[in-house]
Design a protein around this ligand. Structure first.
Ligand code: AMP
Ligand code: MG
Length: 409
C-alpha cells in the first residue's frame, strides 16, 4: 500500500502531455494552448470614437460659440470628412476619427440648433480635453505583442481575444481518448427493469460525466460480466482503441475481482495497487508501453468518485496541457478555507476524505450524509471534500482548507 502523494506522483510521471491539434475556435473553450501566440492585428486597429457624439478640434471650443455640423461618420466605412476649422462631424461609437479631429464630445453634452438655411450648429455644454473619447490605435495591444503563452487555458474571454485577431482555428493540446469499463454481474444498465439482487450501473454515467468535465473524450463504454473471458475481451478492446482505460469494480481482493490479473495477462504493468486513502483503498494504476494508462477504480460509487478526483483527474489535466502552479502533484480542485461546524476525528490509519457541505457566504463546512463508500445520496448532497489526516481530531470551529466539488455558476 502506498501513500496518496506517492501514488499521484507515480501516475503523473507516466502521463504524457498530448500532442498539438488544430481545432475550430468555437470548439476551443476549455482547451490548453499548444504554442505562444503573437498579435497580428492592432487593437484598436485605428483611432476611433468611444461615444456617440461629435468629432471636433479641441482648440475650437475656445474660439467658436457654435460649430457647423459638416457631415456624418458612421462605424464601418472611412469617409473623406476632414474636420475644417469651426466644424464638427457627427460620429458614432467605433467610427474612425476624421482627419484633423482630436476629440469627441459625447452627444449628451451638446445641443444642436438648426439654422434657417438647414445648416446644423453644435453648442457644447461641457467642454472636452484634447484626446478625450478617442480610443487610440494600438492602445490595447500592438502587432507582435505576445497575447497568450503555451499551456494557457482558453476561456471565453480568450476565445474573444483570438477572434479579435481574425483566427477561426487554434492549435491546442489534444485530449486523450478514454474508455470506461464497468464490471459486475449485478449491474443493470439504466433504463432497464431491475430484478432483486441487481443494482443500476451508476458509476458508468457518473464517470462519463467526470471524464467530459475534465475535457477528455469518452470513446468507448463497455460493461463486462464477472468472467475471465469477458473482462479480458473488453479490457483488450479498451487498450486497443483508447489512450486511457478507466475500469470500475473488480479491483478488490475477492475471487470475482478479475481485473488486475486480466490486465497483467494483456501486458499491463501494475504500477501500484492499493493506496492509503479512505474511501478508495483498492485503487490500481498500470501502464502498457509508453502511451497506455489504466486506472482501476473500486466499484463502490463514492470510492470511484473520490479516486477519480484524486488520481485520474490530475492525469487527464496533465495530458491536456494544464500546468500545475507548483511542481507538486496536488489535487487539482479549488481550495476554500472553511470553519468546521462540528468536531471531527479520524482514528484510522488512512486519510479520510469526508463529504460535506460548504456554505460559501458563511465560510463553514459541515459533514453530510452517510460517510460510507456506497452512499451515493450523501455524495450527491455534498459540494466539498475535507481531507482528514489519520490520527487527527479537529475541534469545532477549527479552520481548514476543503476541496470544492462541481463549481457551479
Ligand atoms: P467491486 O469493487 O466490484 O467489489 O464492487 C464494490 C461494490 O460496488 C459492490 O457493492 C458493487 O455492487 C458496487 N458497484 C460496482 N460497480 C458499480 C457500478 N458500476 N455502479 C454502481 N455500483 C457498483
Ligand atoms: Mg464487482
Amino acid at each position: 500500500m502506498i501513500e496518496e502523494d506517492e501514488a499521484r506522483n507515480k501516475i503523473l510521471e507516466r502521463t504524457p502531455i498530448g500532442s498539438a491539434v488544430r481545432i475550430p475556435l468555437d470548439e476551443a473553450c476549455g482547451a490548453y494552448l499548444a504554442k505562444e501566440l503573437l498579435a497580428t492585428v492592432d487593437l484598436p486597429g485605428f483611432d476611433n470614437s468611444s461615444m456617440d457624439g461629435y468629432a471636433i478640434r479641441a482648440a475650437d471650443q475656445q474660439n467658436f460659440e457654435t460649430l457647423r455640423v459638416g457631415g456624418e461618420q458612421p462605424a464601418g466605412p472611412v469617409l473623406p470628412l476632414p474636420v475644417a476649422e469651426g466644424e464638427a462631424i457627427r460620429i458614432f461609437t467605433g467610427a474612425p476619427i476624421p482627419d484633423e479631429a482630436d476629440a469627441v464630445v459625447m452627444q449628451e453634452d451638446t445641443q444642436v440648433e438648426e439654422g434657417a438655411d438647414g445648416e446644423r450648429w453644435l453648442r457644447i455644454t461641457d467642454p472636452v480635453e484634447k484626446g478625450e473619447n478617442i480610443r487610440a490605435c494600438g492602445g490595447d495591444l500592438c502587432v507582435g505583442q505576445k497575447i497568450l503563452s503555451a499551456h494557457d487555458l482558453l476561456t471565453s474571454s480568450r476565445i474573444g481575444l483570438l477572434a479579435s485577431q481574425g483566427l477561426d482555428w487554434v492549435d491546442v493540446i489534444g485530449s486523450p481518448r478514454v474508455a470506461i469499463v464497468v464490471t459486475g454481474d449485478e449491474l443493470v444498465p439504466v433504463g432497464r427493469p431491475l430484478r432483486k439482487g441487481q443494482i443500476y450501473n451508476s458509476n458508468g454515467p457518473m464517470l462519463q460525466t467526470l471524464v467530459r468535465q475534465a475535457g477528455a473524450k469518452v470513446e468507448r463504454v463497455f460493461h463486462a460480466k464477472d468472467d475471465v473471458e469477458t473482462v479480458e475481451f473488453f479490457l483488450s478492446e479498451a487498450l486497443e482503441h483508447c489512450d486511457i482505460t478507466i475500469v470500475t469494480g473488480g479491483v478488490s481482493v475477492g475471487e470475482r475481482d478479475l481485473v488486475k490479473d486480466r490486465l497483467n495477462a494483456l501486458g499491463v504493468d501494475t504500477g501500484f495497487w492499493r493506496v492509503k486513502v479512505k474511501p478508495g483503498k483498492p485503487f490500481l494504476f498500470g501502464t502498457r508501453g509508453e502511451d497506455r494508462l489504466v486506472f482501476g477504480l473500486p466499484g463502490n460509487p463514492v470510492s470511484s468518485y473520490v479516486t477519480f478526483l484524486l488520481f485520474v483527474l490530475p492525469a487527464l489535466l496533465k495530458w491536456r496541457g494544464r500546468v500545475l502552479d507548483d511542481e507538486k502533484a496536488t489535487v487539482p480542485l479549488q481550495k476554500f478555507k472553511a470553519r468546521l461546524l462540528t468536531e471531527m476525528s479520524n482514528p484510522g490509519d488512512r486519510p479520510h476524505y469526508i463529504r460535506g457541505r460548504v456554505n460559501v457566504e458563511r465560510a463553514t463546512f459541515e459533514p453530510l450524509g452517510l460517510q460510507e463508500s456506497h452512499a451515493v445520496f450523501g455524495l450527491s448532497q455534498a459540494n466539498a471534500l475535507l481531507r482528514l489526516d489519520p490520527q487527527v481530531e479537529l475541534k469545532k470551529h477549527a479552520r481548514r482548507d476543503v476541496f470544492l466539488l462541481d463549481p457551479a455558476w
